[in-house]
Design a protein around this ligand. Structure first.
Ligand SMILES: Nc1ncnc2c1ncn2[C@@H]1O[C@H](COP(=O)(O)OP(=O)(O)OP(=O)(O)O)[C@@H](O)[C@H]1O
Length: 574
């Protein structure tokens, strides 16, 4: 109920449509009450042998035509308006959910599979349409019918009406029992659907690995087992539905049987007319309908509420990286960076960084080196506030990065990563991704600096070539050059190069290295590299070992020191 209420309240923008739909629905439902009444009147005047029967029948027929027109017209107007409101709300909900997801920290994405999140944005959000355009209107129709037809039954004959109430508790008991069991099944069902969609998405992203390692059969089995799990969850729900439905039909029929038998007696005693009995039986079916359909509405609502709950779960998730209230804008910085007493771990069991103290002066190039998994990329991620440190702080130009807006912080930092991510668009669109207003000349300048201009021109459509999902139509080195061009174009005062040249051959690497050295001259640069020959000229080399900094110095100083760096360098040189 809470979820349903939340959907309704959040759809406030569309209340006008929903209210208009409600009015049309009420008119349509009430108009539908007339048909049995018309039959009752017709039977009565026929039985009485009314002299003006034909003209009376004509007026009844006209009225029936009018009410039928109102019934169908109202239903269709209401259906359209409800869908208009519901589908627009779904569009808003999807955008809101997507926006929320965009601002979640990486910790959240480490915990949740992208396929499952996609399923929440695409499928689960659509369940709000079911709630607004189907469940709520159906509930209104049913409540109105139950009350309205109930009044009519009592108006026709109190004794018969009281008798027909006898079956109601049975019908209610069955539907309550059904919905009690159905709700957890629907929750499970949505969860399995998310799992299935997550795995399918993972597999398509990793299709190359599946084919390289010939794991098609294993993956097929995994998908088949998840599909079966989904089927079983559905089957469990339909089991309850299918077993209880005949029971509901039986008790409904029992009500009509009782009315026929007792009604016959009342007609004989002249306490009721034949017209009353005919109309009564017709109304009785309408009267039981809301109780009977309660279970299918409950089923639909259960499914829809489970989907919406999964959407709201993410909406209510508080981001682990938050902006402080009144966060300041970090304007164009000089680029002094200080890590002060910094400690961080991804999981409570393993400490990645402990008590890191490091000052990088504006314009300096500092290289982070150390064995794989020591925490170099983590330092870069902390500087970007993809995560927050558990202890200590990071300052840029003496300002704690926790006190500035995330946008302004990230506007000051460009990153080139080892795993280059490119979007499925043109080469040009990917280069200007960080600065949409760049001119063509600026783009060409950046691609020339990144040694990418030449190969781009040789592509089928030059800068307008579509590069495919994740840049699949480009080589690793080409992708990396585009990502370097993108970072150069962004021209931010802090540049992070995380294994930025690792996918390049030695000749191209040397050429790009020269470009990178040039652009890093007038900005603070953090270089993460395994190939130590690429960072020889850094102003400072920081060697990480264990959870902390083991050595700091220039290349020559560290070589003379004969420590970790010197032995790493010598082992690479030999
Ligand atoms: N998202 C994550 N969740 C949990 N642990 C992580 C996560 N990312 C990294 N780690 C762990 O944190 C440690 C530091 O990782 P990090 O990527 O910073 O190392 P690195 O020095 O950059 O390694 P490499 O040179 O191989 O790129 C590693 O032990 C890694 O397994």
């Amino acid at each position: 109920m809470k979820v349903m209420l939340r959907v309704f309240l959040e759809a406030k923008k569309y209340w006008f449509y929903l209210i208009m739909a409600l009015v049309a629905l009420i008119i349509s439902t009430i108009a539908g009450f007339y048909a049995p009444w018309a039959l009752r009147e017709l039977t009565s005047i026929a039985m009485e042998g009314h002299p003006d029967f034909a003209s009376k029948a004509f007026s009844i027929g006209l009225l029936l035509l009018l009410t039928t027109a109102l019934q169908s017209g109202g239903a269709s107007i209401s259906g359209y308006l409800n869908h208009h409101a519901a589908l627009h709300y779904v569009a808003d909900l999807r955008t809101e959910l997507y926006t929320k997801l965009q601002h979640m920290g990486l910790k959240f994405f480490n915990k949740n599979r992208t396929g499952d999140l996609t399923s929440r944005v695409i499928n689960d959000s659509m369940e709000a349409e079911i709630l607004l355009a189907h469940v709520i209107p159906d509930l209104v129709v049913n409540i109105l019918t139950f009350i309205g037809v109930g009044i009519l039954l009592f108006t026709i004959n109190v004794k018969l009406a009281l008798l027909s109430l006898v079956t109601i508790p049975f019908l209610i008991a069955i539907t309550l029992w059904q919905s009690k069991y159905l709700s957890p099944i629907w929750n499970q069902n949505s969860k399995v659907r998310g799992e299935l969609s997550g795995t399918v998405q993972d597999n398509f992203s990793g299709i190359r690995e599946i084919q390289i390692f010939n794991q098609q059969d294993t993956e097929k089995r995994k998908i088949s087992s998840l599909s079966l799990k989904h089927t079983k969850a559905y089957l469990k729900a339909s089991f309850f539905f299918e077993t209880t439905y005949p029971l509901l039909a039986f008790f409904t029929a029992l009500g009509s049987v009782a009315v026929i038998i007792y009604g016959g007696l009342l007609v004989e005693r002249q306490e009721a007319t034949i017209g009353d009995i005919v109309a009564f039986i017709m109304y009785l079916n309408m009267f039981y309908e809301p109780v009977k359909s309660f279970s299918s509405i409950a089923e639909m609502a259960g499914n829809a509420v489970a989907g919406c709950r999964r959407v709201f779960e993410v909406m209510d998730e508080s981001p682990d990286v938050k902006e402080v209230p009144n966060a300041k804008k970090l304007s164009q910085v000089h680029g002094k960076i200080e890590f002060r007493n910094l400690s961080f771990n991804y999981t409570p069991e393993i400490t990645v960084l402990e008590n890191i103290n490091l000052i990088i002066e504006p314009g300096q190039t500092v290289a982070l080196v150390g064995t794989t998994g020591v925490g170099k990329t983590t330092i870069a991620s902390l500087l970007n506030r993809f995560y927050d440190p558990h202890k200590g702080s990071i300052f840029i130009d003496e300002i704690d990065i926790k006190n500035v807006t995330l946008k302004s912080l990230r506007d000051n930092i460009s990153m080139v990563l080892q795993d280059t991510f490119l979007f499925n668009g043109t080469v040009y669109e990917n280069i200007v991704y960080g600065w949409k207003d760049a001119s063509k000349e600026q783009v060409i300048q950046a691609t020339k600096a990144a040694n990418a201009h030449e190969f781009i021109q040789e592509l089928e459509n030059g800068y307008d070539t579509i590069i495919g999902e994740r840049g699949i139509r480009l080589s690793g080195g080409q992708k990396q050059r585009l990502s370097i061009a993108r970072a150069i174009l962004r021209n931010s005062p802090i540049l992070i190069l995380d294994e930025a040249t690792s996918a390049l051959d030695t000749k191209t690497e040397r050429e790009i290295q020269a470009a990178l050295d040039r652009i890093s001259k007038d900005r603070t640069t953090i270089v993460i590299a395994h190939r130590l020959s690429t960072i020889r000229n850094a102003d400072k080399i920081v060697v990480l070992d264990g959870t902390g900094i083991a050595e700091i110095g220039t290349h020559d100083e560290l070589i003379r020191y004969h420590g970790i760096y010197s032995s790493l360098y010598n082992s690479q040189a030999s």
